[in-house]
Write a protein that binds this ligand. Sequence first.
Ligand SMILES: Cc1ncc(COP(=O)(O)O)c(C=O)c1O
Length: 373
Amino acid sequence: MKVEFYRHALDETDIANVVKVLRSVFLTTGPVTAEFERRFSDYSGMPHVVALNSCTSALQLALMGLGVGPGDEVITSAMTFIASATCIQHAGATPVLADVDPKTACLDPAAVEAAITPRTKAIIPVHLYGAMCDMRALRELADRHGLFIIEDCAHCIEGERDGVRPGQLSEAACYSFYATKNLACGEGGAMATRSEELARQVKLLSLHGMSKNAAGRYHGSYQHWDMLTLGWKCNLDDIHSALIVDQLARLDGLWARRREIYERYEKGLAQAAGVGRPQVVGKSAHHLYTLWVDPARRDHILHALQERGVGVAVNYRAIHLLSYFKETFGFKRGDFPRAEAIGDSTISVPFYPMLSDAEVDHVVSQVLAVTGS
Ligand SMILES: Cc1ncc(COP(=O)(O)O)c(C=O)c1O
């Protein structure tokens, strides 16, 4: 049996929605994107949503929209995907990394506090694997130091912790609709915020700083547009929006299936020798299912699973040990030991709603076999 690392959950409605767009006048940002923004606002409970071409853009533009830039420092996690840190550089500011809670792999508020300097302007918590960071502690910290919080919700649309959902205690929540995410359209993202002004700024920055988008220029009698600021090109088009506009209504059902799979994995691997898993606090969005194995055997186990037909990935190696970050910022092994320990031991296994119980059981049996349990 071969179990792919990921298979999408697009259905015939999503495909028909794309065809409808392809047969319409409007291919770029237009009515379907506007409808998606409305529905995502309803789902997330966030009053303002700007659909964008990626979470990376959302994070960068949220920072820029809040006025974070050259001379400023922004703190994020050493255990994340590189975009959580590179977005800070794209905004012109300096990324500062902090270590994580060894049980959850989420940003540790005490480590964030220790990294604050007079130049710190913002914190980017990453809700890793789908489980939220301790947003109450981070908000308290941010208020005490006068900092913005921009949440990296690439893994976490559906999560909740301590009665808090993404965006409720921050200036902005940034989402990804990348090919393998819980809501997926290939490439896409969004920024959600409680601030009308930030939403307006991000929208402006996402389309060259133009006062009108294509739909605004097309409909009604022609009116000249102006360029108000130097912007970027990060808008989401209607072709991509068509893939998620109805998929959103299935999000909770897809989550429920991942929850069943999570429980099946937990039960199946409960007796596995030397196989740890992150602790989940609150409701996880259940984006990735990650095993923590002996670092000395990680690559061997990874390859052995692959040879036995189980798709695998590593989410993630600690980012400060990647060449670019080492060379640019002088990071070295030992700087963030908890992120390093997780990054050296982690293996992600298939985790998506289209998995059958038989496939989950196959993954479990292969993990038990290769770890000698
Ligand atoms: C934690 C995290 N942040 C940010 C991103 C960037 O998302 P996007 O590919 O939509 O820019 C990803 C994508 O994998 C991610 O996993």
